[in-house]
Design a protein around this ligand. Structure first.
Ligand SMILES: NC(=O)c1ccc[n+]([C@@H]2O[C@H](COP(=O)([O-])OP(=O)(O)OC[C@H]3O[C@@H](n4cnc5c(N)ncnc54)[C@H](O)[C@@H]3O)[C@@H](O)[C@H]2O)c1
Length: 338
């Protein structure tokens, strides 16, 4: 079903690159969603990504209780850009967003970071997560990591009857900006860790937090309490779900399911799956709390903790109705967004 409110595909006036902005919904307020700068086989693949990711942002904002909808920007590259082309593309993104008149604001995503938001911000004020030195809330990954740990406590409460992380075992796939922080926080809480990353340089962090280093496949199929996908999406497929040996899967990686029906396969195997758009909401929650509502660190922390409460509600609804957490989450989204 076609559900997007507005889709802009424009040849960037400075870069000549396809600049794609998908505004999925403004039913609850300004649409939010990061700017992805990535190489695609064809610009139409970038459009497909923008459509999918902007709809997921609507779900994320709705379940995070934010007065915002979902959007996404994709700059579809055919090859990695040089510095001048990258700057030109970011200027073009700012121009396109400014032309939308405030219905959508962007932030960092794959291929962009807080410094790039300054470049976009030279063309539009509708941008989040500039560095703190430039008046923004900076890197969103600390908030995402704290929210993920709140989610993991809720998963443990639902699955094992206690939110305690002490003595529980986790396999963290991907030790990047979010996964690395999640591994540290879990280790500090007394959890046992198996970790993996395709980048061998991340092994130093594994040693630092006392984790067992594994290949990504070994980590995914490790006999642990919870697998925590923290790298790329699409990690849950019929084949990988059949090979899982964990009790639950919950992590910040976006779009973990290859198709929505894979949630049913997890349910049939008795594996509790926490919808990624709930788990990974900490970044957008923290950025909007700081930049829009000027909240104190304690207020932001309480909001991030609320991710655990939301998940708890979703798990309780699913258990009551005999459905999956995905179905329960969808019901809550429909109640809020319509
Ligand atoms: N940064 C945020 O605030 C935020 C917010 C919401 C969702 N997310 C999602 O969380 C995930 C991680 O984001 P990030 O900001 O930490 O990214 P990142 O690029 O900093 O880290 C990703 C890490 O995963 C590793 N990796 C890549 N492929 C892998 C594989 N097949 N197996 C194991 N490791 C692999 C990379 O080497 C890297 O260390 C992404 O899916 C992202 O969309 C991030």
């Amino acid at each position: 079903m076609f559900s997007h409110e507005r889709i802009i595909i424009r040849r960037g006036p400075e870069s000549g690159l396809p600049i794609i902005v998908a505004v999925h919904s403004t039913a609850l307020g300004q649409a939010l969603g990061g700017c992805r700068l990535a190489v695609y086989p064809d610009w139409a693949d970038g459009l497909a990504d923008a459509l999918r990711l902007s709809a997921a942002m609507t779900d994320k904002c709705a379940l995070a209780g934010l007065p915002n909808g979902g959007g996404k920007t994709v700059v579809a590259l055919s090859s990695p850009p040089d510095d001048a082309m990258r700057q030109a593309a970011l200027h073009d993104v700012g121009t396109v967003i400014e032309d939308l008149g405030g219905i959508y604001a962007t932030g960092p995503d794959v291929g962009t970071g807080p410094d790039d938001m300054v470049t976009i911000g030279s063309r539009t004020g509708n941008v989040f997560c500039r560095p703190t030195s430039a008046g923004g809330s900076g890197d969103s990954s600390p908030g995402t990591a704290v929210g993920t740990v709140a989610a993991l406590r809720a998963v443990c409460a639902a699955r094992f009857g206690s939110p305690a992380l002490d003595g529980r075992s986790f396999a963290v796939l991907g030790l990047g900006r979010v996964g690395g922080r999640v591994a540290r926080l879990l280790s500090e809480a007394g959890a046992k860790l198996v970790v993996a990353d395709v980048d061998p340089a991340r092994r130093a962090l594994a040693d630092e937090v006392g984790a067992t280093w594994a290949t990504p496949d070994e980590a995914l199929t490790a006999a642990v309490d919870v697998v925590v996908p923290s790298a790329l999406g699409g990690v849950l497929t019929p084949a990988s779900v059949a090979a899982l040996r964990c009790s639950a899967v919950a992590g910040p990686a976006n779009n973990q399911l290859d198709t929505p029906s894979t949630a049913d396969l997890l349910h049939a195997r008795g594996i509790l799956w926490a919808p990624d758009y709930v788990v990974s909401a900490g970044g957008v929650i923290a950025a909007t709390a700081v930049e829009l509502r000027h909240e104190t660190p304690a207020q932001v922390a309480a909001r991030l903790d609320g991710i655990g409460d939301t998940l708890g509600r979703i798990f309780a609804m699913a258990a009551r109705d005999g459905g999956t957490p995905s179905t329960a989450a969808r019901t809550l989204i429909t109640q809020r967004v319509g």
